[in-house]
Design a binder for this molecule. Structure first.
Ligand code: GCO
Length: 445
């Protein structure tokens, strides 16, 4: 029987977005091009040739969007900053108009009593830095720390929560090793070095953020993480799952918390060891205030030797083809807590794409998304009961938006965006989420 599950007092209920996915205004107020602006122009890179030029036009409609957040009752909002708005040429000259935008946005959020969580890197590297080698060039790590300092210098009297990177694993693997994301490189062998530079840039930014903050910054990093399950108890599946875990679970967690790379991760990908300079691992493993976890779907491992299928019988899949498995969120959070004991955790992304239809009356009956969120929130609650210091949850996403290579064809929002008119419509899941927030809990079976 369903029973009401109350979240701890002060639990933060939020929604997340990212600059490139919603802002638009690609060439306005002095913004320089990012690697995603460039990548979108590559023929065939993005579904139907979509770009981020207009996106959700959030750059101009941010007030309306904050009003929507207020209507939902959000306590927190995770946004990211477009680095090339601040440094159009990568390094050197600061574009004040870029900072002004985020200044206005932060003030609007604070007036609405919404706590901003700011991600500094959600994949839109200035093209000018890419032209100098991007994340393959160690200098980019220093450029990142400088950029972090400039941003925190401007906003750090009001913003307390900072996330250095979003999903460095995705940047490494999908962006640089297999080239499906910007910068679209196929430099498979460079994987270990890219990962190291991303982590090093995090390590260099940490003290820079803390020094520039005027309100005792809380700094963390967001990783894409999946619990790894063998598809069956067949020994080949079990063995392969253990190897997979080193790559998709430990590759970034272990250096951040223990200051070492899991050998198995590099071996598993058949990658040469990165060049590590003295002191790098100390910087990378300096204590953080929280870990951000993005969870969508589990990783099921079926070895070719077992003949098992990686599809769980009876499972539901989202429009992305991702298995819906709420228990995975609980398992993952409990596992991270056991293995690495971060001081605090936030689910910084969790959500689902479904084929939403806007009704003539302006409603979107996204029952499946509501069920998805319900399942995951109940499991988040279970994780808290099992001792996980989970402090907040951010649904991905506030708005339907630019879903990278899928363009605008996949809708993740709890708010529907009609891209032609740029009108917004709160979906059923959004209204439901608002009720959860108001009650600080929900009924779980
Ligand atoms: C991600 C990104 C988001 C995606 C979301 C859905 O972290 O992968 O943060 O930008 O849109 O995950 O794929």
């Amino acid at each position: 029987m369903a029973e009401f599950q109350q979240f701890p007092a002060g639990f933060l209920w939020g929604a997340a977005t990212a600059s490139f996915q919603i802002e638009g205004a690609a060439n306005e107020d002095g913004k320089g091009p990012s690697i995603w602006d460039t990548f979108c122009k590559v023929p065939g890179a993005i579904f139907t040739g979509d770009t981020g030029d207009v996106a959700c036009d959030h750059y101009h409609r941010y007030r309306e969007d904050v009003a929507l957040m207020q209507e939902l009752g959000l306590g927190a909002y995770r946004l990211s900053i477009s680095w090339p708005r601040i440094f159009p040429t990568g390094r050197g000259q600061v574009n004040i108009k870029g900072l002004d935008f985020y200044d206005r946005l932060v003030d609007t959020l604070l007036e609405a009593k919404i706590t901003p969580f700011i991600t500094l890197y959600h994949w839109d590297l200035p093209q000018a830095l890419q032209d100098q080698g991007g994340w393959q060039n160690r200098e980019t790590c220093h450029a990142f720390a400088e950029y972090a300092e400039v941003v925190v210098d401007r906003l750090g009297d009001r913003v307390q929560h900072w996330i250095t990177h979003n999903e460095p694993y995705v940047t490494t693997f999908i962006g640089h090793m297999i080239g499906h994301h910007a910068p679209g490189l196929h430099e498979y062998e460079a994987g270990g070095q890219i990962a190291h530079h991303l982590l090093l840039s995090h390590g260099l930014a940490l003290p820079a953020i803390r020094a520039a903050s005027k309100v005792q910054a809380q700094v963390g990093i967001t990783l894409s993480l999946q619990p790894v399950y063998p598809a069956s108890q067949h020994e080949a599946d079990v063995a392969e799952a253990a190897h997979t875990r080193a790559r998709v679970y430990n590759w970034f967690l272990q250096p951040l918390f223990l200051g070492t790379y899991p050998e198995e991760a590099l071996q598993g990908y058949d990658l040469p060891s990165p060049k590590i300079e003295d002191g790098d691992m100390e910087l990378i493993s300096a204590p953080i205030d929280f870990l951000g976890v993005n969870y969508y779907s589990p990783f099921r491992v079926a070895s070719s030797l077992s003949g098992s299928s990686d599809r769980r019988p009876g499972a539901e899949y989202t429009e992305m083809g991702w298995e819906v498995y709420p228990e995975g969120l609980r398992d993952l959070l409990v596992q991270i807590n056991q293995d690495y004991a971060p001081p605090a955790l936030y689910v910084t992304e969790n959500g689902a794409a479904f084929d939403d239809v806007l009704g003539e009356d302006g409603t979107v009956n996204d029952e499946a998304r509501q069920r998805y969120l319900e399942g995951h929130l109940c499991m988040a609650h279970e994780a808290i009961q099992q001792g996980v210091p989970l402090k907040g949850y951010f649904v991905w996403s506030l708005l339907d938006n630019f879903e990278w290579t899928f363009g605008y064809s996949k809708r993740f929002g709890v708010v529907y965006v009609d891209y032609e008119s740029q009108q917004r419509f709160i979906k059923q899941s959004g209204n439901w989420y608002g009720e959860v927030i108001a009650r600080n809990g929900l009924d779980c079976g």
